[in-house]
Every structure is written in C-alpha cells, then in structure tokens.
Design a binder for this molecule. Structure first.
Ligand code: NAP
Length: 515
C-alpha cells in the first residue's frame, strides 16, 4: 500500500480516516501515494485559520509579511530538485514543463516579496486622496484593510506548484490565512511544498493549511469575511457559484475557468514575414508546453483565407518534429497528460472537433517514445482546421485540454475579431503583425472580451514573454466563459483580499489613520 499523505489543518498533521484515493504516474501507470480528507473537522480547521493564522499575519506589517514570502521562495528553491522529481512522476511532465510550474511559483513569490517590501511598515492601504464631503472640515478617505476571514483555494490539476503560490503570495502579503485544496490527481507536489514550509516553521500557526482529497464540506465551512478562489472547469465553477454558503454570506469568489484562447495573424503577417514565423513558433510552443494543459494555451488560430494553406503546412511541419512519450527519456519533448481519464477526454474532444473541422496533422499516428500506448496518458499533437470558421460552432465552444488546436480562416479584420469573441470571453488573445496602428486598434477591441492581449511584433521576437505565460506583473483572468476572475497584475491582486471602506471624518482624524 502506498503512503497516505497527511492534511495539515488546525496546526496539526492529520491523516484522513478513509481508504484514500491513489495518485498515479500517468506514464507508467504505477501507484505513487494516497490522499484522503475523510473525518477532518473543517469548521474547526477554518476557525483556527481565521483566529490564529489571519490574526497573526495581520499583526505584521506588509514589509514583514513580504519578508516571509521571500523566505518561502528561498526554501522552495532549496528543495527544487525534489519537486522536479515529484512533477515527473505525478504530472508526467518533461523538465522544461515542470519548470514552468515550479520556477513560475518561485518567481511569483519573489515578485510579491519585492512589491510587498515597498509597501513598508503599514498595516492598511490608502486608496486615493481624501475627498471633501460637505466642507473642508469633513472628508472621506477610502482605505483598504485586510479581510478578517480566510482564503480558500480550490485548484486545478495542471499547476500544482504555481497554482498554489500565485494565489498564496498576494493572500499572505495581504494578511489572510490560506487553506488550499489541490486537485486530487496532482496533489502530491502541493502537499510536499506545504509540508516543507510548515516543517521549516516559516509562517505563523494557522497561516497555511492543506486539505487533500475530497472537496466535501469545504464550501459549507465558509463565513462572510472569507474569500474563495477557484481554478478549474466551467462546470465545477457553476457548482461553486451557486453554493448556498456563497449566496447566503456573499463570500467573495474569484473564478478562473476554461477558455478558448486565440492567436490572430493580421493580414500583413503573410508567409515569409517574421510575424508569420513568430505566429507559427508560438502556436507550436503553446500546443506542446505541458502537453497543451494550460488554461492560457492557444486553442484557435485565426489567419487570413489566403494564408490558411501555408499556415497549416508550416504548423504541421513543426508539430511533426515533436517527440512524445516518457519524460525521463532525454529525447522526449512532450510528456503525458495528467491521467488516463484526461487522455480519454482529450480523445473524445478531438472526435467532437473533427465533426466540424478536418484533421490537418495527427501526431497520434507516430509511436510514443519509451512509453506503452496502452498505459501511458500520452497524446501527440493534433492540428485541426476549417475554412468555415462561422459554421464550426464546436471550435468556439469545446476546450480540448491537451495538445490540440484548430486553424480558422477569416475574411477581414472585423471578421477575425468577431471570431475571437465567439469564445465568449477568454483569458488571452495574441496578435501577430507589423502594423502598429492596426495592432493597437485590434488590441483595444479584443481587450473588452479578454483578460490579456499579447502583441507579438518582429522587434519583440526575442523578448516577449509568451502568449501563454502568466506573468505576475500582468492581470490573469478573463470575462464571461473564462470565469470573470482577476488575479495577479502586481499589487492589484491585493484588492481581492482587502476590504475597501470609506472613513468619513475630520482631517485630524484622517491623519491619525497613519496611512
Ligand atoms: P475541475 O475538475 O473543475 O477541478 C478543479 C478543482 O475543483 C479540483 O480541486 C477539484 O477537486 C475541485 N472540485 C471538483 N468538484 C468540486 C465541487 N463540487 N466542489 C468544490 N470543488 C470541486 O478542473 P480540473 O480538471 O482540475 O482542471 C482543468 C480545467 O481547469 C480546465 O478546463 C482548464 O481550462 C481550467 N484551468 C483554468 C485556469 C485559469 O487560470 N483560468 C488555470 C488552470 C486550469 P478534485 O480534483 O478532488 O475533483
């Protein structure tokens, strides 16, 4: 029997009392560890986090909390090799893909440590200047104060490291205790990171808790000043939004759900131009990094009708060179999907898309490297395409969470922008071209339906941060279908964990706020 990973709640390591769920190696199919949350007293655990964790954090200044984040980042860096090994085994990712998750987590912690340090020795934030209400003698000062509850994170399987820390960094910096419930399939890495931080005694008691396994009872234990941040599928998001505890207590919720992101070649990005090459390179990278299991991955590629054939050929040629299989083999560029269940879902998704689009490149015909196709959750890249982008509704609807994208032909720029919006709100769109005026206009148009617009021109070829890379400096989250969430974006992320209030008083009293 594999080891049972304990949960950490109420300041103690506690094993679940059930049989547990076994986590598997998605390439070899072998059992790794078990998780179980049966029998935990979640209301008591949440109470402990609020009363002990948040209270202790809020007794510190932003600068002091920032120093804790810096220490957590250093600790994770010191254990990096162990995390890489867990990611290989449990996520089936090649080293570069594991690094996106692990190093992304460490980088984000470091950024928030720096930004927090600059907030200094305050315990509340000033929000704008005082405004006169009636006379000069009576004014309103808006303030942002840490919320007294806890921050519950319900995370997706694809980023067990970054998914925790990109949320925990701003939450802890804001003074809110964190309870994380990682997705079961890849909970091991999240659990190990929390264990390392807890064992090192870096954070006050109650500041960081972890529940591994079932989500049952988590939402019921939420109270009015808590926040919940969810990342996962649109279906689970709908369940969370309609939970009675959220409706009754107006618990603040941030939802990051699935997204039909697009890459758009503007009409001047014709074959042979650097902009066209950049599009092709980015599409192939996005389809293959983490086997396409990124919420920001390119799912739809929009190109002018005249360019459709050349784009199909260029993308397919690069995809044909991608080796798929066991991430332990140095010759493998792309590892596995997270599980065999996900493998089945991706195959079904491809079949669904193939009813409205044709398959232009099917890597599944190539043999896997060092992996048994009957066991491994490995899927090679599949490129689909259709010249009838308007008629192919499934392409704008179905997020196949794997190395799969669809090429679409557009008539003119307004048509292309309208097609991007058919995703009903997405995390990110990228634009490729060399006409600054057209790129600027198109970016503002897309901004209304996208959380981020990534513009790739030849002069940024070497420096742009990548369509799918979520940088802590920039907003992450999109409207509509993408969940309507807003994460990161530098110190903007702190808004979610703070309460805005207007203090109305005389200037001497406002001065005494010490902001
Ligand atoms: P999921 O099935 O929706 O699960 C997400 C999380 O919700 C898991 O921790 C899951 O726990 C938990 N959960 C399931 N049912 C629940 C319920 N009734 N109440 C409370 N929690 C519940 O999503 P996934 O398959 O892990 O992730 C893939 C999806 O996430 C993709 O669609 C992707 O687009 C999206 N995603 C979005 C972003 C973003 O930032 N927008 C980032 C990454 C992924 P169990 O694992 O124990 O079931």
């Amino acid at each position: 029997m594999t080891a049972l990973l304990p949960n950490f709640v109420s300041g103690r390591w506690q094993a679940g009392t059930g049989a547990g769920i076994t986590l598997l190696d998605p390439v070899l199919g072998t059992a790794l560890v078990r998780v179980d949350a049966t029998g935990l007293d979640l209301p008591a655990a949440f109470d402990f986090a609020r009363r002990q964790g948040s209270a202790a954090l809020q007794a510190l200044t932003y600068r002091e909390r920032a120093a804790l984040l810096a220490k957590v980042g250093q600790l994770l860096q010191a254990h990096r090799d162990a995390y890489d090994a867990i990611a290989t085994a449990n996520s089936g990712t090649v080293k570069n893909d594991s690094a996106v998750d692990i190093d992304g987590a460490i980088f984000t912690l470091g950024q928030y440590a720096r930004w927090g340090e600059a907030l200094g020795d305050a315990r509340a934030l000033r929000d704008g200047e005082p405004v006169r209400l009636a006379k000069e003698a009576f004014q309103a000062q808006h303030v942002q104060v840490p919320r007294p509850g806890l921050a519950l994170f319900i995370n997706a399987f694809n980023f067990p490291a970054w998914g925790l820390w990109e949320k925990a960094a701003p939450a802890l910096l804001s003074g809110m205790a964190v309870v994380v419930k990682p997705a079961t399939a890849t909970a091991w890495l999240t659990q190990r990171m929390v264990q390392d931080v807890v064992d090192a005694g870096l954070l006050p008691a109650g500041a960081l808790s972890i529940v591994c396994g079932s989500s049952a009872g988590l939402l019921d234990a939420l109270e009015p000043f808590d926040v919940v941040s969810f990342t996962g599928s649109a279906d689970t998001a709908a369940v969370i939004r309609s939970h009675p505890a959220l409706a009754r207590h107006a618990v603040r919720a941030n939802i990051e759900a699935d997204s039909l992101n697009s890459a758009l070649a503007l009409p001047d990005a014709t074959p042979g131009t650097p902009a066209f090459e950049l599009l092709v390179r980015e599409v192939v990278r996005e389809m293959t990094v983490k086997s396409g299991q990124k919420c920001t991955a390119i799912r739809r590629i929009l190109v002018p009708e005249a360019v459709y054939g050349a784009a199909a050929e260029a993308i397919a040629a690069k995809l044909a060179k991608v080796s798929t299989g066991n991430p332990r083999n140095a010759g493998v560029r792309m590892g596995a999907l997270v599980s065999r269940a996900q493998f089945d879902t991706v195959q079904q998704g491809v079949a669904q898309l193939a009813r409205t689009a044709e398959i232009l490149h099917d890597g599944r015909a190539q043999p896997l490297v060092d992996a048994d196709p009957a066991v491994a959750a490995c899927v090679a890249p599949v490129l689909l395409g259709t010249r009838d982008a308007d008629g192919a509704q499934a392409v704008h609807d179905v997020e196949v969470f794997g190395p799969v994208a669809t090429l679409l032909a557009y008539r003119d720029v307004p048509h292309a922008l309208a097609l991007a919006r058919r995703g009903q709100g997405s995390l990110v769109a990228s634009l490729y071209g060399d006409d600054a005026a057209l790129l600027g206009r198109s970016a503002l148009d897309l901004a209304a339906s996208h959380g981020r617009v990534h513009v790739v021109t030849p002069e940024v070829a070497q420096v742009h941060t990548g369509h799918g890379n979520v940088m802590p400096q920039s907003l992450h989250g999109g409207p509509g279908r993408a969940g309507g969430g807003a994460e990161l974006g530098g110190l903007r992320a702190l808004d979610f964990y703070h309460q805005r209030s207007a203090v109305q008083a005389s200037p001497p009293v406002l001065a005494a706020l010490g902001l």
